[in-house]
Design a protein around this ligand. Structure first.
Ligand code: PMP
Length: 400
């Protein structure tokens, strides 16, 4: 079904539209037929087209490393997206610690892993597997604003803690964690620190080296790049067992022929969105605050996250609004707003379709009845003030 021209996309946390920069960068790779081989060869081949593809890929690595503040381009490992990056980091970093302890003769070592209850399913779904492998797991609870207190991490750390994984920015309510303080605490306890930075890159300043993290995951399709490509930042010297084994690409850290066209599009999009953070953050924040004010103005809607510090500016993403509309279930809201010409979401796109309330809102202490009635509006570089004004009018018609 074709969308009417007036249709407004407000589900940027689920995925983003492709930007012009990524489109232009990928164009030479999307030529059909033999002409494609000028750039479309295997980046690991020795002939001229192979070397062309390799240098395009390495140029992309340099640009992504610079955009997110990696110390060296070789710290960026290309993957299929943040799901794979999270899986690789968590399973691989824990496994590397086990291997090291065994090599040191510590045969009885059982690893311990710490994460939080508001992580993406690409982290939480790993917990049963980790437990099956003999890893103990601690899941930290966030506060009512969706923040994980540093003190809670300090208390949970043990000498055998191999890894702490806490997301930089939450994809449902937009809460930002104090990553440098959490990474410091993990290191003080002798553990490594991984962050899922998927929703943070391109929305808030991300300087991976300055943040002190050992590993970070992020994804192209959240920054207006193509889908199916992402990156895992692995700080130099940090050992991580690979998840995918085969041809030894990505210095043995991720086998499989690289998606060069996708990687080049990812770099152009990542560079453009990170360069825009300074200007876009304030603009989106103003739209976000106007949305919160107007959606919750005397009606039945209220913000989902209640932050005791009331510091929305510093501790939430600029582009996510999450409200509860008691009495109207998310599914009804989404479908009615879609009919009215607006794409929004309930919890995360990945978990919609289930009748369970969002695990993020539940972990924040929101009762099941209310959590079932949440609405997430998420914005990006093409969202205008007019979109927001029109959305508020449609929301009022649907809710009242
Ligand atoms: N982590 C977070 C916080 C996300 O929002 C998403 C996307 N919903 C992912 C991981 C998974 O990313 P990808 O789609 O690139 O696998």
């Amino acid at each position: 079904m074709r969308l009417p021209e007036s249709y407004v996309y407000l589900d940027w946390a689920a995925t983003t539209p492709l930007c012009q920069e990524a489109c232009d960068a990928m164009a030479p790779f999307l030529v059909p037929g033999v002409g494609n081989i000028e750039f479309g060869a295997n980046a690991n081949s020795l002939h001229t087209p192979g070397r062309n593809a390799f240098s395009a890929m390495e140029d992309a690595r340099v640009r992504i490393a610079r955009a997110v503040g990696a110390g060296r381009p070789s710290e960026v490992v290309f993957t299929s997206g943040a799901t794979e990056s999270n899986n690789t980091a968590i399973l691989g970093l824990v496994e590397a610690r086990v291997r090291r302890e065994r090599q040191r003769g510590n045969k009885g070592y059982a690893p311990h892993f710490i994460t939080s209850a508001i992580e993406h399913d690409a982290v939480l779904s790993l917990l049963p597997l980790l437990r099956d492998r003999g890893c103990e797991v601690t899941v930290l609870k966030p506060d009512r604003g969706g923040h994980v207190p540093v003190a809670a991490l300090r208390e949970a750390l043990r000498p055998e803690t191999a890894l702490v994984s806490l997301m930089w920015a939450n994809n449902e309510v937009g809460s930002l964690q104090d990553i440098p303080a959490l990474a410091d605490a993990a290191h003080a306890g002798g553990a490594l620190f991984h962050t899922d930075a998927t929703q943070a890159v391109g929305k808030v300043p991300v300087d991976l080296r300055a943040s002190g993290v050992d590993a970070a995951s992020f994804s192209s399709h959240k920054v207006c790049g193509p889908k199916g490509v992402g990156a895992l930042y692995l700080k130099t010297g940090v050992a991580c067992e690979p998840l995918l084994m085969g041809g030894g690409q990505e210095q043995g850290r991720r086998s499989g022929t690289q998606n060069v066209a996708g990687i080049v599009g990812f770099a152009a999009a990542c560079e453009a969105s990170c360069a825009m953070v300074a200007a876009e953050r304030g603009r989106l924040q103003a739209l976000r605050d106007e949305l919160y004010a107007r959606l919750c103005d005397g009606g039945r809607a209220k913000p989902s996250a209640v932050d005791a510090r009331d510091a929305r500016e510093a501790s939430y993403l600029p582009n996510i609004v999450n409200v509860l509309v008691p009495g109207i279930e998310s599914e009804t809201l989404i479908l009615q707003l879609d009919l009215a010409g607006f794409a929004v979401s309930g919890g995360s796109a990945c978990s919609t379709g289930s009748l369970e309330p969002s695990h993020v809102l539940s972990a924040m202490g929101i009762a099941r009845d209310e959590a079932l009635c949440s609405l997430r509006v998420s914005m990006g570089r093409y969202t205008t003030h007019d979109d927001v004004v029109r959305f508020v009018e449609a929301f009022r018609r649907v809710v009242e």
